[in-house]
Design a protein around this ligand. Structure first.
Ligand SMILES: Cc1ncc(COP(=O)(O)O)c(C=O)c1O
Length: 382
């Protein structure tokens, strides 16, 4: 049986196993070394210097490629370092069509780092295919950067349709798959060229490591990303690569439980008199539900909701006892976030309001706790 014929749960559970022929260690060792000795002039063990490659990082990178069905995987020091490396594939005067309500840090990277360098983002609602088609008509567009579901409003893009449109125009499709993970959404199978992750979130899964990942579809893209990873050097260290591999082993179990909890909590929130609106892709009537159903995808573990009165927000954030008021998402512990002042503070106030990121909106990252404990916690503060 080859790696490619194995199921995702098996690949994940055995991530990094049997990597050490010298000792037979089941768990891949943490190769905490900067450099590797050479047997003789002109010879190499396959490892020379840890920026270029490191066995612990390589075990993670091979797992990342396998679980997303890609050609190669690359591990970075953070999700933003991964995205930054992908953006270096573009040149001055190139344009990218970008999801308008994307993670604030990615917006900041486009706006404050790449725009001054001449690489410009054109923001569109990527859940609207007509808007996307219109934006792609500009011949300067060389790429499409999609976050789906979006952060924090959980809008869903039709990745398959977008990738086909982009390819017809000679543009690369990049998908930030942080929210759904390869367990629930497989962008490369849908025609995307590159997948990026904040591996800090679901992939590592325990709120104890900051990491990023890129997975490529073709040998040509692998070669270009491998060059950039080594040339720019934003690599993941061996300790954090090991923690990420360790987290990946339970990804399928965690995501299933987080989604199960999220469905229960989203349905409960819909019935609460102080909740004005609930954003969760699994709810009937959600605009993206049919796309996810068609792709045999899932809904994930993220929920956003609006309370009836913004004056409640401060009390909710200081009153929760099971949820933790903290940034980030995707870990085993449930977190609550206030996007307007935390994750999306880098968007100007008008843009935030136009997108719906208002002062009533709260975001939940649902963990693996008991769903009833989470509901009781919310009931207490609402
Ligand atoms: C969807 C998404 N992409 C990218 C990032 C950036 O990842 P990192 O914080 O690991 O740099 C985040 C961080 O919250 C995110 O939510």
């Amino acid at each position: 049986m080859t790696t490619t014929t194995r199921n995702l749960a098996t690949l994940l559970a055995q991530a990094g196993n049997r990597c050490d022929p010298a000792t037979g260690a089941i768990s891949v060792p943490i190769y905490q070394t900067a450099s590797f000795g050479h047997p003789a002039l002109g010879q190499s063990t396959g490892f020379d210097y840890s920026r270029s490659s490191n066995p612990t990082r390589l075990a993670l990178e091979e797992t990342l490629a396998a679980i997303d069905g890609g050609h190669r995987g690359f591990a970075f020091a953070s999700g933003l370092a991964a995205i930054d490396t992908v953006l270096r594939l573009f040149a001055p005067n190139d344009r990218l069509v970008v999801t308008e309500d994307l993670y604030g840090g990615t917006f900041r990277l486009f706006d404050k780092v790449y725009r001054p360098l001449g690489i410009e983002a054109v923001y569109v609602d990527t859940s609207d295919l007509d808007a996307l088609r219109a934006a792609l008509a500009d011949p300067r567009v060389r790429g499409v950067f999609i976050e789906s579901p979006t952060n924090p409003l959980l809008r869903i893009a039709d990745v398959r349709a977008i990738a086909a449109l982009a390819r017809a125009r000679g543009a690369l499709t990049i998908v930030d798959n942080t929210f759904l993970t390869p367990c629930l959404q497989r962008p490369l199978d849908q025609g995307a060229d590159l997948v990026v992750y904040s591996a800090t979130k679901y992939l590592a899964g325990h709120n104890d490591v900051v990491a990023g990942a890129v997975i490529t579809r073709t040998p040509e893209l692998s070669e270009r990303v491998a060059f950039l990873q080594n040339a720019v050097g934003g690599i993941l260290g061996p300790q954090d690569a090991w923690l990420t591999l360790r987290g990946l082993k339970t990804l399928a179990l965690r995501v299933a439980r987080q989604q199960e909890n999220a469905i229960t909590i989203a349905e409960w929130l819909c019935t609460h008199p102080h909740v004005r609106r609930v954003y969760y892709p699994g709810l009937p009537g959600h605009a993206g539900r049919d796309i996810l159903l068609r792709e045999k995808s899932g809904w994930g573990g993220m929920i956003a909701f609006e309370v009836d009165d913004p004056a409640r927000v401060a009390g909710i954030l200081s009153g929760v006892r099971v949820f933790l008021f903290a940034e980030s998402l995707g870990g085993v512990e449930s977190l609550i976030t206030y996007p307007a002042v935390q994750t999306h503070a880098d968007l100007d106030a008008d843009t935030r309001l136009r997108l719906g990121i208002n002062d009533r909106l709260l975001r939940l990252s649902i963990g693996i706790e008991d769903a009833q404990d989470l509901i009781q916690d919310l009931e207490g503060v609402l």
